[in-house]
Design a protein. Structure first.
Length: 153
């Protein structure tokens, strides 16, 4: 079983000078519940379907299975989703041996900028860049599936 271990943070400073690559992402959810999510994602010219299980108690880990699917299928399947699509730009930043993915949201989540870092273990240490703000790992209102179904408050 594949396990996703990630931490999420709000952004408090200017991260743009450190960006190495940017890609447009559109994603929506066929199923979005605390027990499981089934997500469609169009990332540039590639498409994926991802199934995620529930998060553990601290919100750091959950099972995740991701598969490539044909782009045209993903574009059609988005109309079957139970949520509006999330539109965001993902910026990739290498910082002291770790990759940070900074998402700048548009639409219902306009104004939200959030960073994620995927780790090999929950105990893995990493240095936080100066532009990283409050940690929001495990807070449901910052899960993309929750945001797809609710407006940012």
């Amino acid at each position: 079983m594949a396990i996703e271990i990630e931490r999420k943070f709000l952004i408090k400073g200017d991260f743009m000078p450190f960006v190495k690559k940017t890609i447009a992402i559109t994603q929506a959810y066929l199923c979005a519940s605390p027990q499981r999510t089934v997500r469609l994602r169009i990332k540039g010219e590639a498409a994926f379907i991802t199934i995620k299980g529930p998060s553990n108690a601290n919100g750091f880990s959950r099972c995740e299975f991701e598969y490539s699917i044909p782009l045209e299928d993903a574009k059609e399947m988005i109309s079957l989703c139970e949520s509006d699509a999330i539109i965001k730009e993902r910026h990739y930043i290498d910082f002291k041996g770790h990759l940070f993915e900074v998402d700048v949201f548009h639409g219902k989540q306009e104004g939200l900028i959030m960073a994620e870092i995927e780790l090999d273990s929950e105990e893995e240490a990493f240095e936080k860049p100066s532009w990283l703000g409050e940690e929001v790992t495990g807070r449901k209102e910052y899960y993309n599936a929750y945001m797809a179904l609710n407006s940012l408050s």
